[in-house]
Design a protein around this ligand. Structure first.
Ligand SMILES: *[C@@H]1O[C@H](CO)[C@@H](O)[C@H](O)[C@H]1NC(C)=O
Length: 298
């Protein structure tokens, strides 16, 4: 009996030692990483100069990135603050993102004003708060939502760049507040040259909708709904470069002549062609954004 225990002990001993050695090695590795959040050294022992240089380098790198404008139409309802909080928690992790939040309201509401104020003060996310009221005659079920608000966001951007030198790098996209965005999506859209496209999860009554890509080009649409649209794509499924927005100053979301669900298609038709579209997300094989739609709770 005793010899059995001893042999078990001898079998386990080398493994135990191996684990201890590995733990120790990973600990000392961490200690050599300068100023990482994993660092075990007290703050006073870190090298302020080196950290300052690293921070400056990171900032320079971030400034070289094309800016991303996210235009979000929003309106007052019980889930609104939950939706905006989820979006803010994503956007604040994206470098060089400017959030344009446009309320469907005659005046900015206190809820959104305070929300944006706190975000701006936190210094983690730059935002602009706009508002425009949807005319009452357009507030009917079946009619598209967010039209006037998206156009207000476009107008704000065009105004901002009115006197800017040409060829400003930048990208904009329409970030409805009922979606969930993966951080990877922003890396993908950041390199948009004209108009880029990608799949959208939980859209059109399917697990996903997506552009069909052959040899790196968009040739059609996998869509659960009105497949005949020239661009059968959801609002969350594309981004446009600042150049395209500025060089097509008349391109807007139209109510007249565009039926519900045709707004994306009608807008894209004003600024691009199917041949020009740039497929992102691994030739449109990865889903990086979802129509989560918070359940109507009350
Ligand atoms: C997309 O497809 C094209 C053509 O098949 C290929 O050259 C390219 O590398 C693909 N891109 C990615 C990101 O897989």
């Amino acid at each position: 009996m005793k010899s059995l225990l001893l042999s078990r002990f001898l079998v386990l001993l080398p493994w135990t030692l191996l684990v201890i050695v590995m733990l120790d090695a990973s600990g000392s590795n961490r200690a050599h990483r300068p100023s990482s959040i994993f660092s075990r050294r007290p703050l006073s022992q870190q090298h302020p100069l080196q950290d300052g240089a690293a921070a400056r380098r990171r900032q320079q790198e971030a400034e070289a990135l094309p800016i991303i404008y996210a235009i979000t139409p929003t309106y007052s309802r019980p889930v609104q603050k939950a939706e905006l909080t989820r979006l803010a928690n994503t956007f604040r992790q994206v470098a060089r993102l400017h959030w344009i939040l446009v309320e469907d309201a005659a005046m900015g509401t206190e809820l959104v004003g305070r929300f944006i104020g706190a975000l701006s003060r936190s210094g983690h996310l730059s935002c602009t708060h706009l508002h425009v009221l949807t005319p009452r005659r357009f507030k009917r079920p079946g009619l598209p939502r967010g039209t006037e608000q998206r156009n207000a966001g476009l107008a704000w951007i065009r105004q901002k760049y009115q006197h800017a030198p040409p060829q400003q790098p930048g990208v904009l996209f329409f970030a409805d507040d009922d979606n969930t965005y993966s951080l990877e999506l922003f890396q993908e859209m950041r390199t948009t040259r004209k108009v880029s496209v990608w799949p959208v999860g939980l859209a059109g009554g399917r697990r996903y909708e997506r552009p069909i890509v052959e040899k790196g080009k968009v040739v059609g649409w996998y869509s659960g709904w009105r497949g005949g649209r020239p661009f059968a794509i959801d609002m969350a499924g594309f981004a446009v470069s600042l150049q395209v927005i500025l060089s097509n100053p008349k391109a807007v979301f139209r109510r007249h002549g565009s039926q519900a669900g045709m707004q994306e298609s009608d807008f894209l038709r004003q600024i691009t062609t199917m041949e020009e579209l740039e497929p992102k997300a691994n030739n449109c094989t990865k889903v990086l954004v979802w129509h989560t739609r918070t359940e109507k709770y009350i």
